[in-house]
Design a binder for this molecule. Structure first.
Ligand code: CP3
Length: 386
């Protein structure tokens, strides 16, 4: 932990708490931090922005902030599959905390994956390094529905509950839980691997609509079980990642996907936490993404925040939307583009700064640190909330 600052007479480690005790062991100072829930998370800049309320600064976190761009991630990730690391609460909690310590971001995101619940019910899915989720036997017929049995969170996701509880005990910023959206998860199950054209999944969706809706209903139940498990154990917000939904035209999204996302997001409303709904290439779908029941809509870099606000009728907060490739540009170019995103938001209180998609593995962590510095120093939330 190299980075800390003095605050209110105590030494504060960004996102992790204040020193409440210290001792010396073998010439090393061991400190205990106060992350005991004494901080009022409801008033954190992140949760205030989710509610479109002004805050002390514009909050910022990054999708895929944990991961291969961090040397400390590579050090603890281990040789096994990523799903093995996810099922190890101590390792998963440590990986979740790494970007919080390094960047001083305003929210942590649970280290897990969108396929975790599908894996947990034994569908037969893995994550192949450098490729993504893969299934040896993709979903093809109604017989495959049996491979998606109902989730029993207490047994299937006990590791996740433990990771979340460990994190919540340590963090002084909100923890975001997440699940995969119906189209994105179905795309991996039906295609059996990442796809460019989504040909198989679209063929099933439009050619066998009854089977499609049965599949998505099961995927929605898995998402609800996962997210409920995360929130009941202390997550402060949830994000539904329907990353690839932008491959659909709005009428098809409305007919085949939106009812299932609405089911998930409506179930989350009962739990009382903000719901972020995200996909890339969704400029044309933003009204429906919001309408499905989001408090915050994720926007990718193709749509200016000012346009996104109009398309969503000002009813939701926005999260985004720096092009992740800009993190590979010279720092002065990056700085200019960060300021452009802030300007485009125009001081509206409902803005959570993020990338338009995840951090790329080859990014220099110092570039992300610079983004956080600028957003915290220059982002303002005094514009009109309309
Ligand atoms: O954001 C975070 O820091 C939290 C962790 C997180 C991971 N996956 C860990 C991970 C989150 C939020 C996800 C979500 C996820 N997983 C999505 C939605 C977000 C998005 O990117 O659109 C999707 C589509 C997946 C599926 C998936 N998992 C892909 C496409 C890959 C990349 C495969 C590769 O090796 O390039 C994964 C693997 C994965 N999930 C990694 C991480 C850190 C990298 C592989 C590793 O470290 O072994």
């Amino acid at each position: 932990m190299e980075r800390f600052w003095h605050s209110r007479g105590a030494i504060c480690f960004p996102g992790l708490g204040y020193i409440c005790s210290w001792r010396v062991v073998d010439s090393v100072v061991v400190v205990t931090l106060s992350g005991d829930g004494s901080v009022n998370l409801a008033d954190s800049p992140f949760l205030r922005a989710c509610r479109q309320e002004p805050a002390s600064h514009v909050p910022v976190w990054f999708m895929r902030q944990a991961g291969r761009s961090l040397p400390e991630y590579k050090a603890v990730r281990g040789e096994g599959t990523i799903l093995a690391a996810i099922q190890d609460p101590e390792r998963a909690a440590e990986i979740t905390l790494q970007p919080v310590r390094r960047y001083g971001v305003d929210a942590a995101i649970l280290f897990s994956d969108i396929v975790t619940p599908v894996f947990a019910v034994g569908f037969g899915i893995d994550i192949t390094p450098g490729v993504g989720p893969t299934c040896e036997q993709p979903f093809a017929t109604s017989a495959d529905l049996e491979r998606l049995r109902p989730l029993d969170p207490e047994t299937d996701l006990a590791f996740q509950a433990e990771t979340v509880r460990t994190l919540v005990a340590e963090l002084t910023i909100p923890l975001i839980g997440f699940a995969g959206g119906p189209f994105t998860l179905a795309s991996y199950l039906v295609e059996g691997k990442p796809s460019r054209d989504y040909a198989k999944v679209k063929a099933l969706m439009m050619g066998q609509p009854d089977l499609w809706h049965q599949l998505c209903d099961r995927l929605a139940d898995l998402a609800i079980g996962t997210l409920t498990n995360q929130v009941e154990n202390g997550a402060s917000a949830v994000q539904l990642f329907d990353s690839w939904a932008g491959a659909l035209r709005p009428e098809h999204y409305r007919e085949y996907v939106q009812p299932h996302s609405t089911k998930v997001l409506t179930a989350m409303a009962d739990l009382g936490v903000p719901r972020i709904h995200f996909g890339i290439n969704t400029g044309e779908l933003l009204p429906q993404i919001a309408e499905a029941g989001a408090d915050v809509v994720g926007v990718d870099w193709r749509t200016p925040l000012s346009d996104a606000r109009q398309r969503t009728g000002g009813k939701v907060a926005l999260q985004g939307n720096l092009d992740p490739a800009l993190l590979l540009a010279p720092t002065d170019v990056l700085e200019r583009e960060v300021r452009r995103v802030l300007d485009d938001n125009g001081g509206h209180p409902g803005h959570i700064f993020n990338l338009g998609h995840g951090v790329l593995p080859q990014v220099d962590p110092d570039q992300l640190l610079r983004v956080v510095e600028i957003v915290h120093a220059e982002g303002r939330t005094d514009g009109a909330a309309s």
